[in-house]
Design a protein around this ligand. Structure first.
Ligand code: AMP
Length: 430
């Protein structure tokens, strides 16, 4: 019989790697709490129309990558409905904001989420069909200050803090402004004209985009096209006064807070409800899929899915890529267990459990052996998982003096039971 395997593009996460996932999520939650964000959990599947409108029919995500099915009616009162596994979470959050009338509180809503997303992409390192995003949105009526450039800068400063606290070194923040929908329409025409003389020297995709969707030329990765693209007009020169001032406000706050960034004129999103600030954090260690996270302002999104005016800014970070980055940095080496307890003989198993309980309750990470193992086997198992082995035989139990061996140095000592927690918690002596 053929064996059943995990579906292409999906993965099992196993220990010890799951410990790293948990650490990342705990750090994110702690940072979000300090910035006064609250958690939102939206359903994993939604009405397909939400993503068609909220992500954009013409995007790759909606046109090729969604897991969509017709959900059959189970009763007369139900209709057959097209449903989709969420490919991202911003649309779901904004839907919930509208559905629960969060705007009517008049308060700025600061919401974060952590969860799986689904896209039928070509799997490769750092790109999966089920992946996890950690993201946040700051959204509210204009009167709540949701349009202020200070909110953009605060989100970026929070991200810099989060990456630093995760221990991710060497990230780069790329930032740009795409202005308003009108600015972008103007820029599109400027680009279209500028591309007429040079497009014939570019790749076939660019030749097509030059006519159909000039903005997409900026995404081209073909090396030969790069000097041509670098010489094209920049969107910064097509922004109106309001957009320019908003961006200047973001930059001034980032400078004051000391958050490093680079201007990237090619960071342009084509959809109408994306406005003003766009950004991406990249990491050199990730290879082709080098984006750790992306985000930006979406002042028109709520209206695009039938809600009230609710300017907002948000981001989504790829948790899988945070894990890859930390693993590559070797910062992720699992902490070895403090101790392995080896009972000498089956009769000592109950006493070993009692000792393990005492130490674990004191906060130590303890692996409990088994008195049915020969001592040699216990030593082999212990050396693989723990810094020290504690031997518990009849004599040790009676005297309360235990034998402890430290693997790194080979040193063996006798330790009174009451000193055991401190001895096991201490770093290895070598
Ligand atoms: P996006 O929602 O496309 O703006 O992506 C935001 C972030 O999610 C990216 O910067 C990646 O880190 C991550 N991401 C997007 N798609 C995938 C995927 N298929 N597999 C893993 N991570 C992804």
């Amino acid at each position: 019989m053929t064996t059943v395997k995990a579906v292409r593009g999906t993965r099992d996460l196993l220990p010890p790697e799951t410990a790293l996932w948990n650490r990342i999520e705990a750090t994110a939650r702690a940072v979000f709490a300090r910035y006064n964000f609250g958690e939102i959990r939206t359903p994993v599947f939604e009405d397909t129309a939400l993503f068609a409108r909220g992500v954009g029919e013409e995007t790759d995500i909606v046109s090729k990558e969604m897991y969509t099915w017709e959900d059959r009616a189970r009763a007369q009162s139900e209709k057959t409905q097209s449903l989709t596994l969420r490919p991202e979470n911003t649309a779901g959050v904004v839907r919930a904001y509208i559905e629960h009338k969060l705007g009517e509180t008049g308060q700025l809503q600061k919401l974060f989420y952590i969860g799986p997303q689904f896209r039928r992409e070509r799997p490769q390192k750092g790109r999966y069909r089920q992946f996890s995003q950690i993201g946040a949105e700051v959204i509210g009526p204009t009167s709540s200050g949701s349009e202020s450039p200070l909110r953009d800068a605060e989100v970026l400063e929070m991200l810099a803090t989060l990456l630093d606290e995760l221990g991710i070194t060497g990230w780069t923040l790329h930032i740009n402004s795409v202005g308003s929908a009108a600015d972008r329409a103007r820029y599109n025409e400027v680009l279209r004209e500028a591309l007429v003389p040079v497009a014939p020297r570019m790749c076939v995709d660019c030749q097509r985009r030059a006519v159909t969707n000039p903005l997409r030329v900026l995404d081209c990765k073909v090396p030969e096209d790069q000097p041509i693209i670098e010489a094209l007009p920049k969107i910064a020169d097509s922004l109106d006064e309001d957009s320019k001032q908003h961006f200047a406000g973001v930059i001034a706050a980032l400078d004051a807070a000391g958050v490093p960034y680079t201007r990237n004129h090619r960071l342009v999103r084509g959809l109408d409800y994306y406005t003003r600030t766009t950004f991406e954090f990249t990491h050199g260690g990730l290879g082709a899929q080098n984006a750790l996270l992306g985000g930006g302002r979406y002042d028109g999104l709520s209206e695009a899915i039938g809600g009230p005016k609710a300017p907002g800014i948000g981001f989504a970070m790829g948790e899988d890529r945070l894990v890859l980055t930390l693993q590559a940095q070797e910062a992720a080496r699992p902490e070895p267990r403090h101790a392995y307890i080896a009972p000498l003989g089956e009769a000592l198993n109950p006493a070993a459990l009692a000792l393990a309980r005492e130490l674990r309750r004191g906060g130590l990470t303890v692996e409990l052996g088994d008195g049915n193992f020969r001592l040699k086997k216990s030593f082999e198992a212990a050396e693989k998982t723990a810094r020290r082995i504690v031997i518990l035989g009849e004599d040790e139990l009676a005297s309360g003096i235990l034998t402890v061996k430290e693997f790194a140095t080979g040193i063996q000592t006798k330790v009174p039971r009451s000193d055991l927690p401190a001895v096991l918690a201490a770093p290895v002596s070598a």
